[in-house]
Design a protein around this ligand. Structure first.
Ligand SMILES: Cc1cc2nc3c(=O)[nH]c(=O)nc-3n(C[C@H](O)[C@H](O)[C@H](O)COP(=O)(O)O)c2cc1C
Length: 180
């Protein structure tokens, strides 16, 4: 697992080789096995193979057209956590509710599992999140109560990117107490 985590890169160039449905299923099974608060599993996935739809998703991610070159996108969306008497609220980038954050948190774990599973399978993937809820929902007909956590284009890699820099542990970690 350490090797997989170390070797994973955001891959933005893909060959023409298709990703089989069996491979897509393996990626989804990995996501399904992710942990979530109260085991609510609030994530939902839209698998997009259609080229025109992939182009639309790339366009509403600030025209990052490399996305459309990947033969499949997995779109990860999540329901906010609701109290018993609550109905599903409208959620977007400005939603302050705690339950929305919980949904996003859990969806992010599922997306991470997909990235790691892709790496174990020799596939290249890149989490893309430069979209608005409104635009992605409109393309995929996703209901307003789900938050689109990320779009993950996946394909066979046509590049081997160098590692991107990471902060030193000293900058990130406090031992026992903040400031220590
Ligand atoms: C939430 C999130 C959103 C991201 N959105 C984009 C994006 O829209 N386009 C893109 O090319 N990369 C995107 N990335 C990839 C990051 O740029 C990349 O993870 C970071 O530069 C570190 O590089 P690495 O993944 O190769 O280690 C995103 C990553 C995350 C986690």
């Amino acid at each position: 697992m350490h090797e997989i985590m170390k070797s994973r890169r955001s891959v933005r160039k893909y060959t023409d080789e298709p990703v089989t449905d069996a491979a897509i299923r393996e990626l989804l099974e990995a996501a399904r096995s992710a942990p979530s608060g109260h085991n609510l599993q609030p994530w939902r996935f839209v698998v997009v193979r259609d080229e025109h739809t992939r182009q639309q998703l790339a366009a509403c991610n600030h025209n990052q057209m490399f996305m459309a070159d990947a033969p499949v996108h997995i779109v990860v969306a999540a329901y906010p956590r609701l109290k018993e008497d609550e109905t599903i609220p409208f959620v977007d980038e400005a939603s302050p509710e705690h339950g929305v954050k919980q949904g996003i948190r859990d969806g992010a774990i599922a997306a991470t599992y997909i990235l790691l599973q892709a790496e174990t399978m020799g596939l290249g993937a890149c989490w893309c999140g430069w979209h608005t809820q409104e635009e992605v929902r409109a393309v995929l007909h996703i209901p307003e109560g789900l938050y689109v956590v990320g779009i993950i284009p996946i394909g066979h890699p046509a590049e081997t990117p160098e590692p991107r820099p990471r902060k030193e542990l000293d900058e990130l970690v406090h031992w026992e107490m903040w400031g220590e």
